[in-house]
Design a protein around this ligand. Structure first.
Ligand code: HAM
Length: 427
């Protein structure tokens, strides 16, 4: 047993699985890049008040799960539990909302929540997120959802579903909330549920216990009490999603874990993952910018869980990203050959060909074995004879065929062999 272990509930990703992790993340990022989102890099921790105000004091995330501590200057800071509040803080602070709208941003990174660890639920989780701020066009809602859908499909995932609802806005939600509270007051609820209802009655609808589901069967639903503007917005989002052929299921009982949501709200669910089946989620947050001291602009975005998307890909038997770590593996016989091959490796790498070498004067047989396990397609073998006549032996590791090639031609020869053999994408 190692003397030190990773902190509880935090996954390490190491080879070969780390290639799959990076493959998943880059597919999700690529989908956002294709839709015109620009990268934003933000601090891993912020003033605690930002999350308390932005995410909402009544949420589990803020009340139970934050990594909050005083820094050496006595300021209360918190490791970011999610990305939207920090993005909004930066947009306001740097006046990005005074340029062309919408401001479209994408980020990837680690977030921290002190949750009870279990399969697919970690204390350090990784997300790819996008935020589109400053336009309440329903076509933008559909774009955000379609970017997530395409990211998942690029990975090859097919077994997920998209749940969609509208949570209304500051115009229609207060009246609905009163109606729901009156309904809940008429039920015989246990104390813990009463407390949840007091903090946020909408959360009670998400109670998974069968007895509660039966009790709540006739509860009023937000979707049936939308004001005309919210209803029209939602209808238009759905019409664009239909035109884009993004399939979805209406789920009027969906409850998200963060308080800032308004109107369009969604979650991607992968039933192959057991209890932690949410692979991504998001929605509108039209009051957030004003709540954080900015002007009153709308926004919409998502956070996709990279850890869980990787688990979903594994559950579907998919392989994402390159399995091999190099395409060419150099095997030198003797110190002079080692120096010569180092030069050839440099030329290949500059030509964007992934190249590794055997080091430490290993015997030919051991070095050829290392070439095989590296996943390379081609081995370059260089010994005294090749040094003498300025060649290198080029061995196709799949067919076993080998031919000498002039050292000056090695980049062109390797390039030709790799493109003929359909080199797998490096992801
Ligand atoms: P969220 O639903 O809290 O939303 O998180 C987004 C995704 O992160 C989840 O669907 C899940 O895949 C992943 N995730 C969350 N917690 C964990 C965990 N403990 N372990 C593993 N994966 C986890 C947000 O964070 C919002 N900021 C998304 C958003 C952006 N809404 C609007 N813009």
């Amino acid at each position: 047993m190692a003397e030190f272990n990773a902190p509880k509930g935090i996954p390490d990703y190491y080879p070969p699985a780390s290639r799959e992790f990076v493959g998943v993340r880059s597919k999700l990022l690529r989908a956002a890049d294709r839709a015109g989102y620009s990268p934003i890099e933000l601090p891993l921790f912020e003033e605690t008040g930002l999350f308390a105000r932005g995410v909402g004091e009544s949420t589990d995330v803020v009340s139970k799960e934050m990594y909050t501590f005083a820094d050496r200057g006595g300021r209360s800071v918190t490791l970011r539990p999610e990305g939207t509040a920090g993005v909004m803080r930066a947009v306001i602070e740097h006046g990005l909302d005074r340029g062309p709208l919408p401001v479209k941003l994408v980020y990837a990174g680690a977030f921290f929540r002190y949750e009870r660890p279990q399969a697919g639920r970690y204390r350090q989780l990784q997300q790819v997120g996008i935020e589109a701020i400053g336009t309440d066009d329903p076509a933008l809602d559909a774009e955000v959802i379609a970017v997530a859908d395409e990211g998942f499909r690029d990975i090859g995932l097919t077994g997920f579903r998209l749940d969609l609802t509208s949570l209304g806005d500051s115009n229609c939600r207060p009246a609905y909330r009163e109606r729901l509270t009156a309904y809940l007051d008429g039920l015989d609820l246990d104390d813990a549920t009463k407390e949840r209802a007091r903090l946020n009655p909408l959360r009670v609808l998400d109670d998974k216990r069968p007895a509660m589901q039966a009790l709540l069967a006739d509860a009023p639903l937000m979707m049936d009490h939308l004001c005309d503007a919210c209803r029209e917005h939602f209808d238009r989002v759905r019409a664009v999603l239909d035109a884009l052929q993004v399939p979805y299921t209406l789920n009027p009982r969906m409850v998200r874990g963060l308080d800032y949501y308004t109107r369009t709200t969604f979650e991607f669910v992968h039933p192959g993952l057991g209890a932690q089946s949410g692979i991504g989620g998001g929605g509108r947050y039209d009051g957030l910018m004003a709540e954080l001291g900015g002007q009153s602009l709308s926004g919409i975005g998502f956070g996709l869980g990279v850890d869980r998307t990787l688990l979903a890909a594994q559950a579907e038997g998919l392989s994402v990203g390159s399995e091999s770590r190099c395409d060419v593996y150099g095997v030198p016989i003797g110190p002079e050959a080692s120096a010569r091959l180092a030069v050839l490796a440099g030329q290949l790498r500059r030509a964007d060909i992934r190249t590794d070498l055997a080091y430490g004067g290993r015997a030919l047989k051991t070095a050829m074995k290392a070439a095989d396990t590296s996943g390379a397609r081609i081995a370059l073998v260089l010994g005294d004879r090749e040094i003498e006549d300025g060649t290198v032996m080029v061995r196709d590791l799949i067919s076993g065929e080998q031919n000498p090639c002039r050292q000056t031609d090695v980049v062109a020869v390797v390039q030709a062999m790799l493109s003929a053999g359909g080199r797998e994408p490096t992801g």
